[in-house]
Design a protein around this ligand. Structure first.
Ligand SMILES: *Cc1c(COP(=O)(O)O)cnc(C)c1O
Length: 372
């Protein structure tokens, strides 16, 4: 089945009470036993599972082509769970450009727990290979990366790390399974902040892990999910499942808009450079062409001049909301250096854009007036 069909069909379950076309929402935290003291539908208590979460996990499994999925209360809770599957003394490789919360979790939490980690340039296989130690157990990938839109070769890295018995995990939040399927490329685990494109409307915080195989690692993650309890509410699950239904049309249009916007900005005299893997000038263009269906709805732009000048440009925009986050239907723009704090490596003239579903002509006109 094609992803559009999977997205529609996997997010629905049959309602035996009223034959409702849209899946009902089950708020109950507890489930009744039958005459034999069995659980007729397998549900015991909402932390361990409920129909809405199971439906979402089934949909995520199908979309990413995995064997099993777990939904969490946030993307960070999903990432944290995978790190918690490791043991003190284990070493993790993470990209030097990634969602800032990922290395922060390691630095501020898991180092005191006994994990070690190296930040490396994952666009180079040689650099990755040199960072591998006997105790390396996990490599974390994020492509395109945040906020520099670096692209790494997922298939080549997964093949290399498999030789060393290292689990490969890919944060697929930006690409979504519509554009890129890391498990098909050889990865063991996919992570999502479903807060972003999968829910798609900037109104639900949630995350997920999807495993290629239902193995020991997946069982450990399931145990942490149900015992630790960082789970999404039934309503959160219902909202994400609803968002997934329109994922394909949203992401395709957002990618088309981002491509046009990137091409416009690249040619503009006030722009220093554009980071977008759909541009032939991008260092990851060739790999992106191979592993992504489209280059996605995210781009970063560096405006000629200093940080304050970039902020003045930001304030002249009318159609881009100045806010963090991404993947919603509305266009957002963000000055990452301000958000990331003093030790950030992000250039101060860089603005990250999540391109929405407004008409591209209006978005380009707005950029043109603000750059003029
Ligand atoms: C937002 C985001 C996260 C964190 O997810 P939350 O849902 O905010 O916890 C992780 N990775 C990427 C790429 C993100 O954009």
């Amino acid at each position: 089945m094609k992803p559009e069909t999977i997205a529609l069909r996997s997010t629905h379950f049959k309602d035996s009470n009223a034959a409702a076309v849209v899946s009902p929402l089950y708020f109950s935290t507890t489930f009744e036993r039958d005459q034999n003291y069995e659980l007729p539908h397998g549900y015991l208590y909402a932390r361990a599972g409920n129909p809405n979460r199971q439906q979402l996990e089934t949909a995520l499994t199908a979309l990413e082509g995995g064997a099993v999925a777990m939904a969490f209360a946030s993307g960070q809770a999903a990432t944290m769970t995978l790190f918690q599957c490791l043991k003190p003394g284990d070493h993790v490789i993470v990209p030097d450009d990634a969602y800032y919360g990922t290395p922060s979790l390691l630095q501020d939490f898991f180092v005191s727990w006994g994990l070690t980690f190296s930040k490396v340039d994952t666009t180079s296989l040689e650099v990755i290979e040199a960072a591998i130690r006997p105790e390396t157990k996990l490599i974390w990938l994020e492509t395109p990366s945040n906020p520099m839109l670096k692209v790494c070769d997922v298939a080549a890295i997964a093949a290399l790390t498999r030789e060393h018995n290292i689990v490969s995990a890919c944060d697929n939040t930006w690409a979504t399974p519509l554009l890129q399927r890391p498990l098909d490329l050889g990865c063991d685990v996919v992570m999502h902040s479903t807060t972003k494109y999968l829910s798609g409307h900037s109104d639900v915080l949630s995350g997920a892990l999807i495993f290629k195989e239902n193995n020991e690692l997946a069982a450990r993650a399931r145990q942490i999910q149900t015992l630790g309890g960082a789970v999404p509410s039934p309503f959160d699950c219902w909202m994400v499942a609803r968002g997934i239904k329109t994922l394909a049309v949203r992401v395709r249009q957002q990618s088309a808009n981002a491509q046009q916007l990137a091409e416009f900005l690249e040619k503009h005299g006030s722009v220093e450079c554009v980071h977008y893997p759909g541009l032939a000038s991008h260092p990851g263009y060739e790999i992106a062409q191979q592993q992504m269906a489209h280059a996605g709805g995210m781009l970063s732009v560096q405006i000629k001049g200093d940080g304050p000048n970039a902020l003045r440009f930001l304030n002249r925009l009318q159609l881009f909301t100045k806010a963090t986050s991404l993947g919603g239907v509305e266009s957002l723009i963000e000055h990452r250096a301000s958000v990331e704090g003093l030790d950030t490596l992000t250039p101060t003239n860089l603005l990250r854009i999540s391109v929405g579903l407004e008409h591209i002509d209006d978005l380009i006109d707005d950029m043109a007036q603000a750059l003029a």
